[in-house]
Design a protein. Structure first.
Length: 555
């Protein structure tokens, strides 16, 4: 029995999920677990440190900035836009050459990354002073110490993310998607065991532990797939191609990092705890974006790249069309329900006794502002990968730079001139996100390939209208039942009220989906059926995302 259980579990981890739907489902489910653990992690941090030392908590969040900048520029720029398409193409022709490409790139990026880490390590204090606002000297010293410690975590992440890309390129999505789960577990365990002794530094130590586990969990599978690391630095055509493709993406990420760093500067210029509250709201809003946009985007890139490489233009159009339609179908009601139930979400996620009511209200208001960008953030995850499948990283770069400039101007206006605080940051983020989505869509649909037609816009408007009805019913029930039927000062009645409002909102959305004949609803039923046939779903090899046979025709 134990042997059979072990074999089945091992098979589940290493078998491919070739269809976008099955791959996206795997990524979404594991991301869901990871995000729940991430919210639990934030709740523990808030419970232990917000009331007594919110300035230290701000230092912890600010300490991520410098390590994350060099990681995003050196690693993510290559992986998100260049490595997977080139590696996938090599893999179909010669597996050994593909793996030699991986070894050369890992070695090259590791050397570059370590050099940048040394610079950040020795200049951590002046750099920290530059990117923060009104931090005290003790906050700066604490931030510098945690920044230096977190640099080690990014080294683990560099290797781990290359392994993830290699594994996902071979249609295995489950194990790489479990990596963020063990990462969050590492942080949680470290805080619970060492917070009393090390204080907020226990969270920074947990980041290192979690990053090491993030790498460790993927080593057996990448070895099983035949990868053997070679200490080589070859200047092959594949290496040059990856470097060439990543330059615009890296510049786009650099622009994005300027935007994020400027947000940190503005938030740390406000009252103590502002950066923490902004990050808490972002964490909740990220949940649906990661579940929908990131999961579908990651699952779609290998398929889209392969379809273009094989000159299957019609399949590419169908995949992109149906993926975007189903993202909108899920994102619109999520936006409506998050707006209505924002306060309840914050109370459940962070409502520890040590988290003040005023902080809860401010976090919920910030969440409402960011929630408006859920659909655009989700769609961006897919649209940029449409460009990457064309090996076009220039257009997303230009759009990104434009939007960063817009965000900086809006943030300055809303935070400083209009004194909206972190609400201004959130509003600027949502406006910029929508502009980013709109520009990506226009350039991809009208300059690259026509994948959205007039009938699709008509269908999107029906989704939007159904989401409005859904949100209105949830809001109405919340106002009627809160205080009259349920005493929401207590946790259990609050839970029942939230569940009733959310479930009724979803049912109303499904009802209007039937009324408006939205075929995307079939996807939801497929998801529920897949839980009963989980092995078939996870091991699917022929599936393609989408259900409606009539959604790609247009005028």
């Amino acid at each position: 029995m134990i042997k059979k259980f072990w074999q089945n579990g091992r098979e589940l981890l290493i078998r491919p999920q070739s269809g976008i739907f099955s791959a996206a489902l795997v990524i979404a489910l594991t991301y869901g677990v990871s995000m729940v653990l991430g919210i639990l992690r934030e709740r523990i941090l808030v419970a232990k440190f917000y009331t007594c030392c919110r300035g230290q908590l701000d230092s912890y969040y600010a300490a991520f900035r410098l390590p994350d900048i060099i990681f995003q520029l050196v690693v993510i720029g290559a992986l998100s836009s260049a490595f997977i398409p080139v590696f996938s193409e090599k893999l179909t022709k010669n597996r050994n050459e593909a793996y030699r490409l991986s070894s050369s790139l890992i070695n090259l990026f590791l050397i570059s990354f370590l050099l940048l880490c040394l610079i950040v390590y020795f200049y951590a204090k002046p750099l920290s002073l530059f990117i923060t606002g009104n931090f005290s000297s003790s906050q700066i010293d604490l931030m510098v110490g945690m920044t230096r410690l977190m640099l080690l975590a990014q080294v683990f992440f560099l290797i781990s993310n290359f392994f993830s890309a290699m594994i996902q390129s071979q249609q295995r999505f489950l194990l790489p998607s479990l990596s963020p789960v063990v990462y969050n577990l590492g942080i949680i365990v470290s805080i619970l065991l060492f917070a009393g002794r090390w204080g907020i530094r226990s969270a920074a130590a947990g980041v290192v532990l979690g990053a090491f586990l993030h790498l460790l969990i993927q080593i057996p599978l990448v070895y099983k797939l035949g990868y053997r690391h070679a200490f080589i630095l070859e200047k092959t055509a594949g290496v040059r191609r990856v470097l060439k493709l990543m330059v615009p993406r890296t510049l786009a990420l650099a622009a994005g990092q300027i935007e994020l760093t400027y947000s940190v500067f503005l938030a740390t210029s406000l009252s103590a705890g502002s950066l923490t509250l902004y990050n808490l709201a972002q964490r909740l809003a990220d949940l649906p974006v990661r579940l929908m946009g990131t999961s579908v985007g990651q699952a779609a890139l290998p398929t889209l790249s392969a379809q273009l490489a094989q000159e299957k233009k019609e399949d590419f159009i169908k995949t992109l069309n149906q993926s975007l339609s189903q993202l909108f179908y899920l994102a619109f009601p999520c936006t409506a329900l998050f707006l209505v139930l924002r306060l309840q979400a914050v109370r459940f996620a962070y409502g520890a006794k040590t988290f003040p009511w005023q902080a809860t209200v401010m976090t919920s208001q910030t969440l409402a502002m960011i929630t408006l960008s859920i659909f655009s953030q989700s769609a961006i995850q897919l649209l940029v990968r449409g460009f990457y499948a064309f090996h076009d990283t220039i257009t997303p770069f230009v759009i990104s730079v434009t939007c960063v400039a817009l965000n900086v101007l809006l943030s300055l206006l809303l935070v400083k001139k209009m004194s909206l605080g972190i609400l201004g940051l959130a509003a600027a983020f949502s406006i910029t996100s929508f502009v980013n989505f709109l520009l990506l869509f226009l350039f991809l649909n009208f300059r690259k390939i026509r994948f959205i037609f007039r009938s699709d816009f008509y269908r999107y408007s029906k989704m939007f209208l159904a989401a409005i009805f859904s949100g209105f019913i949830s809001w109405f029930l919340l106002r009627v039942l809160d205080g009259t039927v349920f005493d929401t000062t207590k946790t259990i009645p609050l839970l029942f009220l939230t569940l009733i409002c959310a479930v009724m909102g979803i049912l109303v959305y499904f009802f209007f989906s039937l009324v408006f004949k939205l075929n995307e609803m079939q996807m939801i039923f497929r998801i529920f059926r897949s839980f009963g046939r989980w092995r078939d779903t996870l091991f699917s090899v022929k599936e393609a995302i989408g259900s409606p046979p009539e959604t790609t025709s247009g005028s």
